[in-house]
Design a protein around this ligand. Structure first.
Ligand code: FAD
Ligand code: SF4
Length: 512
């Protein structure tokens, strides 16, 4: 009686539910590198290298625990290059009598998994993914028939449930649930954020990088700067480096952007969390310990815990609650193709050039760049949500649909009509100017809304508000911009809308 236990690429976790109760003498673990997973979108080269390297290290770790592992390498001629194909092939070769796996992160993979019983003739048990702090049933129960699924209320419930940052059962640490009002500063002049720890590729990663360079040469992004953690030990070191050096400044400068500073005070742990080599609860606990020891202020620690315990769990809940229909919505009827500069980074707009340039080089941009620069532009320009969603899924080392889609489709593009956010995160150049130094070196003038050097974010913003005025009239949170628009000189509005139309018509579309 052999049970085949499946470990997917983003399930490289010691405590994975698929491994619970494993019999080391009879059971077999299957880990498969398959082309279909590397190419369903043309992932950044660093993302493929990261996942394959984490998988190879994790397989060695399981073997060191005394477990038997069948590992399908991408370049093995017998590899069928699909998950279903490898499950069927290895199950037959091993004489397996049942299959056990952990619930996958993505809808697409769950649909495939549900066909494995038919493909193999074996019973398939899909266990909950208990690496998350909120089980999907719990999220469903919380969502219930609420009209609005606000993250803040979900987050408070998670604080109570986990006891993280709580002084007593209903008393949040410091007396407040949220310290965000202290977290909106631009980078103070002369501040040099401490560089994050990078991990030079070891022999396993170098071998994988050569494979990726050979097999996926036409995918987006550079490989050279690869420095991601690929083992649990590396991920723990990355977390400790963040807590010691950047967590104290994380809150204050969480929304800041700066030329030549791609990582600021951010943690750079999303890729490790999502591939499974770092535990989200441990990350929150490490931050809480730093606060209790007096090493980091509460606004920073609460802000960090909210991202993981709040946002990360919440977006996963929304994804599984609303899929598969969620991805097909297009509430703002946005249809414009993705401009070529999203792939090339070649644009005179300094903020976009910086965000896209570092994305190519590092497979990383921090939250405000994703939301308020590339996301904001896509929202204002009315870019097709499907194309934008795919771009975000391609370009980041931490991108998986369960977390990427609600953030892009819901938070950045408002394509879900307000499930995630009660108003669109739309902003003119003034926001980018307040939170960054990009405008100083830009070919455009952030103070102008019309004329040849006018900042495109300005006229695109007002064109966006005017274009959707009737739709937004019912939204009290859009009352301010609508009132301002109504008070503007109609000739100026007309001029801005004309410039917006000419600018958008001049965008060159393109695929990766
Ligand atoms: P930090 O800023 O240091 O935050 C710490 C951790 O909090 C992150 O590692 C992450 O696990 C969690 N977190 C923070 N914000 C969010 C959020 N909004 N949703 C979920 N988790 C969050 N995150 C991904 O993990 N994968 C994605 O594909 C992804 N796509 C995004 C697309 C858009 C348009 C936007 C606006 C955000 C996206 N995010 C995504 C959320 C966030 O930008 C990244 O988690 C973060 O930038 C990762 O870098 P970090 O580890 O330095 O994060
Ligand atoms: Fe971006 Fe406009 Fe500032 Fe240029 S002027 S960096 S386009 S916001």
């Amino acid at each position: 009686m052999t049970t085949l236990r499946i470990v997917l690429g983003d399930q490289c976790s010691d405590g994975l539910s698929a491994l619970d109760g494993i019999d080391p003498t009879r059971d077999l673990v299957l880990m498969a590198e398959v082309r279909s997973e590397c190419t369903y979108v043309r992932h950044h080269k660093q993302k493929i290298a990261l996942v394959l390297s984490a998988m190879r290290h994790f397989a060695a770790r399981l073997e060191a625990r005394g477990l038997r592992v069948a590992y399908s390498r991408l370049d093995d001629p017998a590899n069928t290059q699909s998950l279903r194909g490898e499950v069927a092939r290895i199950a037959a070769a091993a004489g397996a009598t049942r299959i056990v796996c952990t619930h996958p992160g993505e809808w697409r993979v769950l649909a495939d998994m549900q066909g494995w019983a038919g493909a193999t003739g074996l019973p398939v048990e899909i266990r909950d993914d208990d690496r998350f702090l909120c089980a999907l049933d719990r999220f469903r129960a919380w969502a219930g028939d609420r009209k609005q699924l606000r993250m803040e209320y979900f987050y408070r419930e998670m604080r109570r449930a986990t006891g993280l940052l709580m002084d007593a059962p209903d008393l949040p640490a410091g007396g407040q649930w949220n310290y965000d009002q202290e977290n909106r500063e631009p980078l103070a002049p002369g501040t040099r954020p401490p560089a994050p720890l990078r991990f030079p590729p070891d022999a396993v990663t170098r071998e994988v990088m050569a494979l990726v360079a050979r097999e996926f040469a036409d995918h987006f992004g550079d490989l050279d700067a690869f420095g991601w953690p690929v083992t649990a030990e590396d991920a723990q070191a990355a977390l400790e480096d963040f807590v010691a050096n950047r967590l104290p400044g994380f809150g204050r400068f969480q929304d800041a952007m700066a030329e030549g500073e791609p990582t600021l005070f951010h943690a750079l742990i999303g890729a490790a969390l999502n591939v499974g080599i770092l535990d989200p609860r441990a990350a929150c606990q490490a931050a809480e310990r730093a606060w209790r020891a007096g090493h980091a202020p509460l606004n920073a620690v609460e802000g960090f815990v909210r991202q993981i315990l709040g946002w990360r769990e919440y977006v996963r809940g929304i994804y599984w609650l609303r899929m598969p229909g969620y991805a097909a919505t297009n509430a703002l009827e946005a249809r414009r193709p993705l401009p070529w500069f999203y792939w090339s980074g070649e644009t005179e707009m300094a903020c976009l050039r910086a965000a896209i340039g570092q994305t190519k080089k590092l497979a990383y941009a921090h939250h405000i760049q994703r939301l308020m620069v590339t996301g904001n532009f896509a929202l204002l320009a009315g870019l097709d949500p499907a194309a934008v969603n795919e771009w975000y899924l391609v370009v980041y080392a931490d991108a998986y649909e369960w977390v990427e889609l609600p953030n892009t489709h819901g938070m950045a593009l408002h394509a879900d009509g307000g499930v995630m956010a009660s108003k669109p995160y739309a902003a003119s150049g003034a926001y980018i100017n307040r939170m960054s130094d990009h405008c100083r070196g830009c070919a455009f003038d952030v103070k102008r809304s019309t004329g040849p050097r006018a900042c495109p974010f300005n006229y695109l913003y007002w064109d966006f508000v005017a274009r959707h005025a009737a739709r937004f009239a019912r939204n009290p949170r859009m009352a301010m911009p609508l009132k301002t628009l109504a008070r503007m000189d109609p000739a100026k509005v007309q001029a801005m809308r004309g410039e917006a139309a000419a600018f958008l018509a001049g965008l060159k579309a393109g695929a990766a």
